[in-house]
Ligand binder design. Structure first.
Ligand SMILES: [Zn+2]
Length: 238
């Protein structure tokens, strides 16, 4: 019930202003988009310091972080909105081997089968044009290491999020791959503001086709790898 009105108001707003394709694909600049707000330093660290989020997302996050603090849990954002261009940089650096693979440290540029190479990147990074970080609704919190969240301080943070994030509209889309969830591996750091992201996911599935996912090295594998049905739609909350 708590989010019924938030969902209702947002649904009415989008019924009046259908969301643009370029937005869903991240082909815009959040720093010059009036729907976005710059993160304040009290709530962000590292590259997220100068980052942006949808106003609704950041307001909900601030409430959540303030509440968490009362329970001795310090939440901060380490990555916020990444548009097509910034996701393209992340993708390309893995594609050409400049950034080594997460966990294995492998140089993925050595994999000559392009689909196999893309599949390795996709374990933890979305294709440009197919990332929830494009939408200003998704945030990475505290640490990019799943291990961090399995003991001590990190475990306390994760347990707090699992118990309370839903009260603020946030959910973990990339859970352990049980119950048939497809797509990327579990990410305990990645949280999504569902009142907005559920709308964008629905619109994405309606409006975007494989010909829209283009403009970067490896994009020709998107269709064969079923990026939309397997990865974009491979989420635990919708
Ligand atoms: Zn993320």
């Amino acid at each position: 019930m708590k989010f019924f009105f938030a969902f209702l108001f947002i649904a009415i707003e989008f019924a009046q202003n259908p969301i643009e394709k370029s937005y869903l694909l991240g082909r815009f600049d959040p720093s010059s988009d009036a729907r976005f707000i710059q993160l304040s330093s009290a709530y962000a660290q590292g590259s997220a310091l100068n980052g942006f989020l949808r106003k609704e997302t950041f307001e909900a996050f601030q409430k959540m972080a303030d509440d968490a603090k009362k329970d001795g849990v310090n939440l901060f954002i380490i990555s916020a909105t990444r548009n097509f261009d910034s996701q393209k940089k992340i993708w390309k650096n893995k594609w050409i081997g400049k950034t080594k693979a997460k966990i294995t440290g492998e140089d993925l540029s050595k994999i000559s089968d392009l689909k196999a190479r893309a599949r390795q990147i996709l374990l933890y990074s979305a294709m440009p044009g197919a990332s929830r970080h494009h939408w200003g609704t998704d945030i990475d919190l505290n640490s990019f290491e799943d291990n961090y969240f399995s003991s001590g301080e990190g475990l306390k943070i994760y347990q707090w999020l699992a118990a309370h994030a839903g009260d603020f509209g946030f959910c973990q889309p990339y859970t352990a791959k049980v119950n048939g969830r497809t797509g990327c591996e579990e990410e305990k750091w990645h949280w999504s503001y569902l009142p907005l992201s559920k709308i964008f996911l629905n619109e994405y599935l309606k409006q975007i086709s494989y010909s829209d996912i283009e403009g970067f090295e490896g994009s020709e594998t998107a269709s064969d790898l079923e990026i939309i049905s397997t990865y974009v739609n491979g989420v635990a909350c919708r």
